[in-house]
Design a protein around this ligand. Structure first.
Ligand code: XMP
Length: 286
């Protein structure tokens, strides 16, 4: 399989996020500020489409769009593409209710055959990178010849899996954004702009910082990640969540050490917003 990165392809140079604007009155109670208005979105989507058209001049492209967040983006993007293409959808979501909260599950399978095809995989936002990495892996398993990645937004600083998109609309700040297909608890998808959700709306989530030390950093693929949990979550629940997010840590499950701040705590310890939780390998020769 021939994978082309943004740099190799010379594509996907994303736009910096423009100046923030005030939210329309009707949404001011929910939206802190507007990140991208309709005009900015449409202009950039047309540019992305022009790049894609240039890279696939003969068409014969299969676009696979991830549900549900891409609903607006994909509808706009394909209408700017005057090349033959086939369009299909895949559903991927994080399985949160079970014992393995970070596991990704496919909620809708592809209907089109992608074997031997050039595929453009489209998502709304590239965050830790797990969703697109798994979706791309699936397309490779199905025999796709080459898979390129296209995302509307890229939260680069949150990446936990090394992955870059070939086409990127805009770089997004590390804030929860909604609108233009993006939701919070299935709300706000229909907003025609992208806005930053007021923290008071989603502050019920408990955000803690997870730090990986020593060779755990390599296994996790990053030194630090922010994790959102249900209020009242315990250290044991965080451990399970982290194992779901970083499967390479699972073989270490019985031996690794976890400290909240600088102290080791039992599993039933209740986490507080802003806690820093460190994951260490067992102390050698101790
Ligand atoms: P990963 O971490 O797998 O995440 O790259 C990609 C998916 O996470 C969701 N996501 C968001 N959804 N506002 C949203 O509405 C956000 O700020 C946000 N950040 C991540 C999204 O579903 C995306 O497909």
């Amino acid at each position: 399989m021939d994978m082309v990165s943004a740099n190799e392809a010379g594509r996907g140079v994303p736009r910096a996020v423009p100046r923030l604007g005030a939210a329309p009155k009707a949404w001011a109670g929910h939206i802190e500020s507007v990140l991208l208005d309709q005009g900015q979105i449409q202009a950039r989507v047309a540019e992305l489409a022009a790049q894609i058209e240039e890279d696939y001049p003969r068409g014969d492209l299969t676009i696979v769009s991830l549900l549900n967040g891409t609903v607006m983006f994909i509808a706009d993007l394909v209408r700017h593409l005057p090349i033959p293409l086939r369009l299909d959808f895949m559903g991927v979501s994080s399985y949160r209710d079970g014992t393995d909260p970070g596991e990704l599950v496919f909620t809708r399978d592809l209907k089109l055959d992608v074997s031997g095809r050039d595929v453009l995989l489209v998502d709304d936002i590239l965050d830790t990178g797990r969703t697109l990495a798994r979706a791309r892996e699936k397309l490779v398993e199905l025999g796709a010849r080459r898979v390129r990645l296209c995302v509307f937004l890229d939260k680069k600083e949150r990446r936990a899996t090394p992955l870059e998109a070939d086409y990127v609309g805009f770089l997004a700040p590390d804030a929860f954004v909604v609108g233009y297909g993006l939701d919070y608890q299935e709300q706000y998808r229909h907003l025609p702009f992208v806005g930053i959700l007021r923290p008071s709306i989603h502050s019920s989530a408990l955000r803690v910082e997870v730090l990986f030390h020593s060779y755990f950093k390599e296994l996790a693929g990053c030194g630090r990640v922010a994790v959102d949990l249900e209020p009242g979550a315990t250290l044991a629940e965080l451990r399970a969540h982290v194992l779901g997010l970083f499967p390479k840590l699972r073989p270490m499950e019985r031996s690794f050490l976890v400290a909240v701040g600088v102290d080791y705590q039992p599993g039933e310890h209740q986490l507080q917003p802003g806690d820093e939780v460190s994951f260490f390998p067992p102390v050698q020769g101790g």
